[in-house]
Design a protein around this ligand. Structure first.
Ligand SMILES: [Zn+2]
Length: 73
């Protein structure tokens, strides 16, 4: 079991909800590189960016959030 680096409290596994297209709730995703800020973009994620789901742990004691992004295998 992972512990909080701030207060040594117990960490609870979860994920951060991200609102994407059509206000659909989904899991937050980490993407490598810079966001695409072009007006003509079809996505904020540039093609070729590495993408990984973000897993976030929450400390039950102090509420601190700690996020990890691992390769999906
Ligand atoms: Zn804590």
């Amino acid at each position: 079991m992972e512990r909080c680096i701030r207060c040594d409290g117990e960490l609870e596994k979860g994920f951060v909800i991200d609102k994407g297209d059509y206000d659909l709730a989904s899991q937050a995703t980490w993407a490598s590189g810079d966001p695409n800020t072009s007006f003509w973009r079809t996505s904020v994620v540039k093609s070729g960016s590495k993408k990984m789901p973000v897993v976030t742990y929450r400390c039950k004691n102090c509420g601190r959030l700690e996020s990890y992004a691992h390769d999906v295998s």
